[in-house]
Design a protein around this ligand. Structure first.
Ligand code: SF4
Length: 164
């Protein structure tokens, strides 16, 4: 049984086909320049603040405590993927809450000097629970959903799987 992960939540809000490809271990081209830039930004940004932790099947970039509350940070390379990134971060807050840890989130976009606050509201919680069911349904399918052109395709490391 495939675990829901932060990456799958991210893909769910980018493209349903990516969910299937990733879940079936069809990994994208690792030398894709957009993936490399993302890895570099992840490695070099907030190096002093960085405290990566793994909790079950989730991996959090950065967690800190300020004014008595936990703040989870997720580093991204641009706000182009703001909505998927917010939902990924909200998913981490959801998992932490299951472990009894109340936290808020900060989406960090160093290239744009942005910090966006993310909270796990009841509406987002319901959206996530809907996404969990939908992701499981997508993964169960024999074939991936057909490609749909979106604004994300041009930066997608899977584009060779979709377009010739
Ligand atoms: S290229 Fe477009 S359709 Fe194909 S996986 Fe990427 S985002 Fe989805």
């Amino acid at each position: 049984m495939q675990h829901i992960t932060g990456t799958l939540i991210w893909y769910y809000y980018v493209c349903k086909r990516e969910v299937w490809l990733m879940a079936h271990e069809l990994h994208p081209n690792q030398e894709d320049p957009f993936l490399e830039i993302g890895r570099l930004i992840q490695k070099e940004s907030y190096a002093r603040e960085k405290k990566e932790i793994e909790l079950g099947h989730i991996k959090i970039d950065l967690i800190k405590r300020a004014n008595g509350e936990f703040i989870v940070g997720e580093i991204k390379k641009s706000s182009r993927f703001e909505e998927p990134a917010k939902m990924q971060l909200a998913y981490y807050l959801y998992c932490l809450r299951k472990y009894g840890i109340a936290a808020t989130g900060e989406l960090l976009i160093p290239k744009e000097k942005k910090r966006i606050k993310v909270e796990l509201t009841d509406v987002i919680k319901v959206k996530l629970e809907h996404a969990f069911t939908a992701i499981k349904e997508i993964i169960k399918q024999e074939k991936p959903p057909l490609p749909q052109r979106t604004r994300y395709c041009s930066h997608c490391a899977y584009k060779d799987f979709c377009w010739v």
